[in-house]
Design a protein around this ligand. Structure first.
Ligand code: UD1
Length: 367
């Protein structure tokens, strides 16, 4: 069985690692495909080093561009790869442009498509990730859901029961495998931070950083909070660029984007995290660290109902008040079922069984 495992952007690398490892252990031949959507050392190389992810067999070298340019370039190059490399199945993870592009190409090539992190829905069609995840699910034969709410979404959209597999969260597989290593690093000492005495900020969503009024309001609230507790802000290149372009000089502490282990160490030691990331809502829940999500919606409601996340929106007054509340009343740590470090193994078992069954010889029969 030859299986292409696709990763392209920063949050994909930690999701694909446990899947590749489990497929290799199950006897598959895996090709790790790096689309090159993220290419800076700090956005890509450091994750391969930190995670012990092998060098990709294939690097498509796509780089940045508009959504259409980036998606189209990935599609062209991935189709060329599949034309020359006999492949049985393609695994895509998450909701980035690489996920969308490769799932469409694989479906049209008649291959088995597996989507890891299927069924998440923000119901906010202004988010490029919502388009990506809905289309990736639609092209997939196998839908690997991280949580029961994702299963409910897929059922409501009419997917067949035999396509949907509740397997848990691959991002948490990687987190659990690395938390102790991360805690032993000198990250906090190097930044002169003591555990439990600081907050961590990340912001990169276009809806937050591309609108000057929204970004200005968020930075104003964060500046105020940083008068009570030091905040460190590893800035995504998109955000760093916008702050420079708009002449906004935050008083909180901006640092370079961090590698996987250093960022994990920062999260694990934080008194609170303020973010617009999807994955960080999940990681803080698994770590039991309070998280304030600076968005109007989340595709990961389970981190609110069964975790430490609170959806705060982008209103500066609401953010200041939620931060003060969480700092004085730390929410109890709790974690959703099956976020136990074994999601990759469950995915490999289902995918290998599917490829060995007669189903793969039939014309694809998607819902
Ligand atoms: C992408 C994902 C988003 C994910 C995020 C994590 C999509 C639609 N969005 O957003 O879901 O949460 O990655 O970071 O796929 N850039 C660099 N160096 C890099 C990569 C990008 O400087 O290595 C800059 C470029 O100016 C680029 C911009 O960041 O134009 C945006 O990159 P892009 O990959 O288009 O989207 P992200 O905002 O990173």
């Amino acid at each position: 069985m030859r299986i292409a495992c696709v990763a392209g952007a920063r949050p994909n690398f930690m999701k694909i690692k446990p899947v590749v490892d489990a497929l290799d252990a199950a006897g598959a031949t895996t090709d790790l495909i790096h689309t090159g959507q993220h290419y800076d050392a700090a956005m890509s190389d450091v994750f391969f080093d930190d995670l012990g992810l092998r060098a990709p067999e294939v690097h498509l070298g796509i780089g940045s561009g508009s959504h259409a340019e980036q998606t189209a370039r990935i599609m062209i190059e991935f189709e060329r790869h599949l034309e020359t490399t006999p492949t049985d199945a393609v695994v895509v993870v998450g909701d980035v442009n690489s996920t969308l592009a490769c799932s469409i190409v694989a479906a049209k090539a008649g291959l088995v498509v597996a989507h890891v992190e299927a069924g998440l829905r923000s119901r906010d069609w202004s988010m490029p990730e919502e388009v990506n995840r809905v289309v990736a699910d639609r092209t997939a034969d196998l839908l690997f859901a991280p949580s029961p709410d994702a299963v409910d979404n897929l059922r409501a959209e009419g997917y067949r029961a035999d396509q949907i597999h509740l397997v848990g969260n691959v991002m948490i597989d990687t987190l659990l495998a690395n938390t102790e290593r991360a805690r032993k690093r000198s990250t906090l000492d190097d930044l002169a931070l003591a555990p439990g005495t600081y907050g961590v900020v990340t912001l990169h969503r276009p809806s937050n950083v591309d609108e000057p009024d929204v970004l200005g309001g968020l930075i104003g609230a964060l500046n105020d909070i940083s008068e009570h507790i030091p905040l460190v802000f590893p800035a995504h290149p998109r955000t760093a660029g916008k702050l420079t372009e708009l002449g906004i000089a935050p008083s909180l502490r901006i640092i370079e984007p961090q590698g996987y282990l250093d960022f994990l160490a920062l999260q694990a030691g934080a008194a609170l995290v303020l973010t617009d990331s999807g994955g960080i809502q999940e990681e803080t829940t698994a770590l039991g660290v309070p998280c304030l999500t600076l968005r109007e919606n989340t595709e990961r409601p389970i981190t609110i109902s069964e975790g430490t996340n609170r959806l705060v929106g982008t209103d500066p007054t609401a953010i200041r008040s939620a931060a003060s509340d969480v700092l004085s009343n730390r929410p109890a740590a709790r974690c959703p079922a099956l976020w136990d470090g074994r999601a990759g193994e469950r995915i490999a078992a289902v995918l290998m069984a599917h490829l060995r069954s007669d189903d793969r010889r039939r014309p694809t029969d998607r819902a």
